[in-house]
Write a new protein. Structure first.
Ligand code: AP5
Length: 192
C-alpha cells in the first residue's frame, strides 16, 4: 500500500490538492474535516459533539476522531492506499494511526507538508468563507484560533515524522497547478 499524509495549516491547500492527487494515484481520500462535516449535516450525536469544537476553532477530541478513522478503514478494505488530509493533527493521533496501519501490515510512505505564510492563509480562508457556508471560515478570530491550535497541537506531529525520515516540505504558495507538480514530483521520487 502507498499511504500519504498531506500536512499543513488551515487553508494551505490540502483539500484542493487532495482532489487531484486521489485521482492521479488511485488513493482513497480520508479527510477528517469532511467526515466530521458529513456527521454534522446528518445531525448524528458525533456530529453534534464535533460541531461545538469546530465552531470555536478547537480540535475534536482524539478518541472521537480515531474511532471515526478506524470505521472508515473498515469500509475501505480494498484500498490500494490512503491520502490522509487533516489527519493526524495531534501526536496521539499519529501514534494511533501508526498502530492502525501496522494492523493492516502497512505504514505511512511519506508526509508532504504544504508551507504557506499566515497572512496568505487568512486571506484564502476569509475569501472561501464568503461562499463555503463553513462557520469556521467567516470569523477572523476563529481562523486565528485555528492557527494557534495548529501551532500548539499539530506542529509536534511534524517532529514525529521527521524522526522517521518521512517528512518533506513543499512550497504551498503559487498556482494550484505548480504546487500540484511539486507534490507529484515528490511522490514520483518515492515511487521510483
Ligand atoms: P479541516 O476541514 O481539516 O480544515 P483545515 O485543516 O482547517 O483546513 P481547510 O479545509 O480549511 O484548508 P485546506 O488546507 O484543506 O485548504 P483548501 O484546499 O480547502 O478541519 C476543520 C475543523 O475540523 C478543525 O478546525 C477541527 O475542529 C476539526 N478537525 C478536522 N480534523 C480533525 C482531527 N484530525 N482532529 C481533531 N479535529 C479535527 O484551500 C483553502 C482555500 O484556499 C480554498 O478556497 C482554495 O480554493 C484556496 N486555495 C487553495 N490553493 C490555493 C492556491 N495555491 N492559491 C490560492 N488559493 C488557493
Amino acid at each position: 500500500m502507498f499511504n500519504l499524509i498531506l500536512f499543513g495549516p488551515p487553508g494551505s491547500g490540502k483539500g484542493t490538492q487532495s482532489e487531484r492527487l486521489v485521482e492521479k494515484y488511485g488513493l482513497v481520500h480520508l479527510s477528517t474535516g469532511n467526515l466530521l462535516r458529513e456527521e454534522i449535516s446528518q445531525k448524528t450525536p458525533l456530529g453534534l459533539e464535533a460541531k461545538s469544537f469546530m465552531d470555536k476553532g478547537q480540535l475534536v477530541p482524539d478518541e472521537v476522531v480515531i474511532g471515526m478513522v478506524d470505521s472508515y478503514f473498515d469500509k475501505h478494505k480494498e484500498a490500494k492506499g490512503f491520502l490522509f488530509d487533516g489527519f493526524p493533527r495531534t501526536v496521539a493521533q499519529a501514534v494511533a494511526l501508526d498502530k492502525l496501519l501496522e494492523l493492516k501490515k502497512t505504514e505511512i510512505t511519506s508526509v508532504l507538508a504544504l508551507e504557506v505564510g499566515e497572512e496568505e492563509l487568512v486571506k484564502r480562508l476569509l475569501n472561501r468563507g464568503k461562499t463555503s457556508g463553513r462557520s469556521d471560515d467567516t470569523n477572523e478570530e476563529v481562523i486565528r484560533k485555528r492557527f494557534f491550535v495548529y501551532s500548539n497541537e499539530t506542529t509536534p506531529v511534524a517532529e514525529h515524522y521527521k524522526k522517521a525520515r518521512k517528512f518533506h516540505p513543499i512550497k504551498g504558495e503559487g498556482t494550484v497547478d505548480d504546487i500540484f507538480s511539486a507534490i507529484s514530483d515528490a511522490i514520483n521520487k518515492k515511487l521510483r
